[in-house]
Design a protein around this ligand. Structure first.
Ligand code: ADP
Length: 428
């Protein structure tokens, strides 16, 4: 009675130990993402409980040839990796995968040769093949060989093998997905690198082409004004009109080319600031000179106002000028009649100055307001559009505003006009 009690206690203790091991193994296995490591180490884990003479894992080599298998567990694995075998030579594996159930085979006779010499024979008196399956995925099977023909595999041992086979299947499934994701990510990175290179070449091409276009355009403009000044002899009114038209178009073209050039410079990382302290009035005089040819064809003149107490600013004046010329250029372009104004006032917060560019032009539909700063966005993006432009002006403007630590806001009403407010810090 005492002996039986002791036996039962020992059995219970062993089962508790097995359960603990199953739990540790089945938890640690799926967390590993190294496919080969899982397969190379699983045998040692199983043998802690089952004590087989030989253990193999056979998995399908789907990557290369589905009719071949990779056999892990040979002594050579460590250095040379798994042995490549023909799946046809393992009918038991195929059968157990089909049935999704372990197959136990008792061979008459005793082991003769080393199994890895000729593994398809698998000449053990007792063997068990356990399928490694998870959901609809069948990865392969465990093959265990035992030397003792009269050994009996307990249901506990079979159950243990099944649980580990399941945990291995989950781990393999995860590892395969991880491998797939990794190669996808690699692929994406390659594509991203190719795109970045293509983008770099495009920017370079734009910069070079715009630069090349600049010289002939400025030459046309130069000769245009020489002709208009009468340096090559007096022109009659019709000739003056024609040359004026030519110069004006060349100026428009130069603006487009300059915008593309500015944008490509920005894309190539031109972010340097050249700051100095200056009065705002000096800037307005320069802008007036630059925009006067554009006003010539309009029935109005741009109005410039500076409120009395605007302080001097410390900023990059070329960039600030570029921003304001862009805004005023748009205001004149989109305003056929009425008025275009630039007012410089103190900002709502201390140490800020606001440049307000307002017009009474065509206005911007509400649904476009949030997009006009995006590159190439134009309210009228059709090829037959009435107004010339690249759709880059406001993108460049916004980039420059951010570089100068300012901010820009826009309000507009369709058919009534638009107001762009640029607010700059007194010190950049
Ligand atoms: P574009 O070269 O076309 O002028 P911008 O980036 O400067 O490009 O402006 C983008 C678009 O925003 C313009 O095409 C136009 O539809 C709209 N827009 C900008 N400023 C004004 C304005 N003052 N009045 C009306 N629409 C404007």
């Amino acid at each position: 009675m005492v002996r039986r009690e002791k036996l039962l206690k020992e059995q219970a203790k062993q089962e508790a130990e097995d359960m603990a091991m199953i739990q540790t193994l089945s938890q640690s296995l799926p967390s590993s993402l190294d496919y080969r490591k899982i397969l190379a180490t699983i045998g040692e884990k199983i043998n802690r409980v089952v004590h087989a003479a030989k253990f193999y894992v056979l998995v399908e080599d789907e990557m290369n040839d589905p009719s071949r298998g990779l056999l892990y567990g040979g002594d050579k694995d460590e250095e040379s990796g798994p042995e490549v075998v023909d799946l046809k030579d393992y009918p038991l594996v195929q059968e157990c995968l089909k049935k999704r159930h372990p197959i136990i085979q008792q061979n008459v006779g005793s082991p003769t040769e080393e199994p890895q010499e000729n593994p398809q024979v698998f000449p053990y008196p007792l063997s068990i093949t356990v399928p490694i399956t998870f959901r609809s995925e069948a990865h392969g099977a465990f093959l265990l060989g035992f030397d003792e023909g009269n050994r009996i595999l307990t249901s506990r041992e079979i159950h243990f093998c099944q649980i580990l086979a399941f945990a291995t299947a989950v781990a393999l499934s995860n590892a395969k997905k991880y491998d797939e994701l990794r190669s996808e990510a690699k692929q994406r990175q390659l594509v991203a690198e190719e795109l970045a290179e293509a983008n770099r070449l495009k920017t370079l091409y734009l910069a070079n082409t715009s630069d090349e276009l600049r010289t002939p355009i400025t030459t046309i403009m130069g000769y245009g004004s020489i002709l208009l000044d009468g340096a090559c002899g007096p022109l009659n009114d019709e000739q003056k009109r024609a040359v004026g038209q030519l110069t004006e178009n060349a100026r428009g073209l130069l603006r487009l080319v300059d915008q593309v050039l500015d944008y490509s410079k920005w894309e190539r990382g031109a972010r340097r600031l050249y700051k100095k302290r200056q009065e705002v009035g000096v800037l307005l005089d320069e802008i007036k000179g630059e925009l006067s040819p554009l006003e010539a064809k309009r029935p109005y003149q741009v109005q410039y106002n500076i409120s009395g107490c605007v302080p001097s600013l410390e900023t990059d004046w070329r960039k600030l000028k570029s921003i304001l010329v862009n805004l005023l250029n748009n205001a004149i372009k989109f305003t056929d009649e009425g008025e275009v104004k630039l007012s410089v006032v103190n900002g709502s917060a201390n140490h800020e100055v606001s440049f307000v560019v307002s017009d009474t032009g065509i206005g911007i539909p509400k649904e476009h307001l949030s997009m006009i700063f995006n590159k190439f966005h134009q309210v009228d993006g059709s090829t037959a559009k009435r107004y010339q432009g690249t759709g880059l002006g406001l993108t460049i403007t916004k980039n420059l505003v951010e570089l100068l630590s300012g901010r820009i806001e826009v309000e507009s009403e369709l058919g009534k006009g638009s107001t762009f407010t640029l607010t700059m810090p007194v010190r950049n």
